[in-house]
Design a protein around this ligand. Structure first.
Ligand code: TZP
Ligand code: MG
Length: 243
C-alpha cells in the first residue's frame, strides 16, 4: 500500500486503505465527469485527455445506455485511469462492483449510502450530492468521503438541477463539515475563481471541458487556475493567523 506524491503534484494510490483514501481526496483539484451528450470526441477520448492533463479523479456518468455498454465503457475508463486517476461510477453500484471501480457517486434519491457502503466496503470512495447544510452534515455522519455541492450556478447540462445556489453557499457548507467539498454546476473558466475563493476543495466543469475543442488544454487550464487560487487562498489564511 504505497502513496506516491510526485513533484508535479500527481498523487498515486496503489492499493487503498481508508487513510490513503482520505489523504488522496484532500488534494484533488479538478474532477472530470463524463457526458456523452456534450462530448465532441467521445467520452473515452475525454477521459484520456483529462488524465494526460493531470486530472486525478474521473466519474463515469451515463443515464441512458445499456448495462452491457456501460460495463464495456467502464472497463475502458478503468484501463485509461490505471494508477493515474481514481475512477468512480455515477449511481450504478452494480457497474462499480462489476468492474471493481474505486467508488461511486450517489444522489439524494439513489441507493442509501449505508447500504452502498456495505456493498462496496470501507476502502471504496463514496461521494454524495448535497444541496444544503443539513444534507451535508447528514452525508458526513453517514460515512460519505466527499460531498458534491450544487448547482453552484444555473446550468443547462442537468435539466432537473434547479437554480444555482451561488458560490457563497460553499463557505457555509465548509464550516459545517470536514470532508472535502466538490463544487458542481455551471462552472466555467470565468467563474471558477470565485468557487475556489469561497472554499471549494475541488470542482467539476462538464460543458466547459467536454464541450470544448481541446479537453486536454481546458483540463490543464482548470487545474492551473485552481492550484493558483488555492495557493493564494491558503497564503491569505496563514497571513491572517499571523496578525
Ligand atoms: N449535478 C449538478 S449540476 C450538474 C450535475 C451533474 C451538471 C454540471 O454540468 P456543467 O456543464 O458543469 O454545468
Ligand atoms: Mg444519481
Amino acid at each position: 500500500m504505497i502513496l506516491k506524491i510526485y513533484f508535479d503534484g500527481q498523487i498515486s494510490m496503489e492499493k487503498g486503505n481508508i487513510n490513503q483514501k482520505k489523504y488522496f481526496l484532500k488534494y484533488i483539484d479538478f474532477y472530470l465527469v463524463t457526458d456523452s451528450k456534450f462530448s465532441k470526441k467521445g467520452i473515452l477520448s475525454d477521459v484520456k485527455e483529462a488524465v494526460e492533463a493531470g486530472c486525478q479523479i474521473i466519474q463515469y456518468r451515463e443515464k441512458n445506455k445499456s448495462t452491457k455498454k456501460m460495463i464495456y465503457e467502464a472497463t475502458e475508463i478503468k484501463r485509461i485511469c490505471r494508477n493515474n486517476a481514481k475512477f468512480l461510477v455515477n449511481d450504478r453500484i452494480d457497474i462499480a462492483l462489476a468492474v471493481d471501480a474505486e467508488g461511486v457517486h450517489l444522489g439524494q434519491n439513489d441507493m442509501p449510502i449505508e447500504i452502498a457502503r456495505k456493498l462496496l466496503g470501507e476502502d471504496k470512495i463514496i461521494g454524495l450530492t448535497v444541496h444544503n447544510v443539513y444534507e451535508a452534515i447528514e452525508a458526513e455522519n453517514k460515512g460519505a468521503d466527499y460531498v458534491g455541492l450544487g448547482p453552484i450556478f444555473d446550468t443547462a447540462t442537468k435539466k432537473d438541477a434547479g437554480e444555482g445556489i451561488g458560490p457563497e453557499k460553499i463557505r457555509e457548507i465548509k464550516k459545517s463539515i470536514r470532508i472535502p467539498v466538490v463544487a458542481i454546476g455551471g462552472i466555467n473558466m470565468d467563474n471558477c475563481e470565485s468557487v475556489i475563493q469561497n472554499g471549494a476543495d475541488c470542482l467539476v466543469a462538464i460543458y466547459a471541458v467536454v464541450g470544448s475543442d481541446d479537453v486536454k488544454n481546458e483540463t490543464k487550464n482548470f487545474i492551473n487556475i485552481i492550484r493558483k487560487i488555492k495557493l493564494l487562498r491558503n497564503h491569505h489564511l496563514t497571513d491572517k493567523h499571523k496578525h
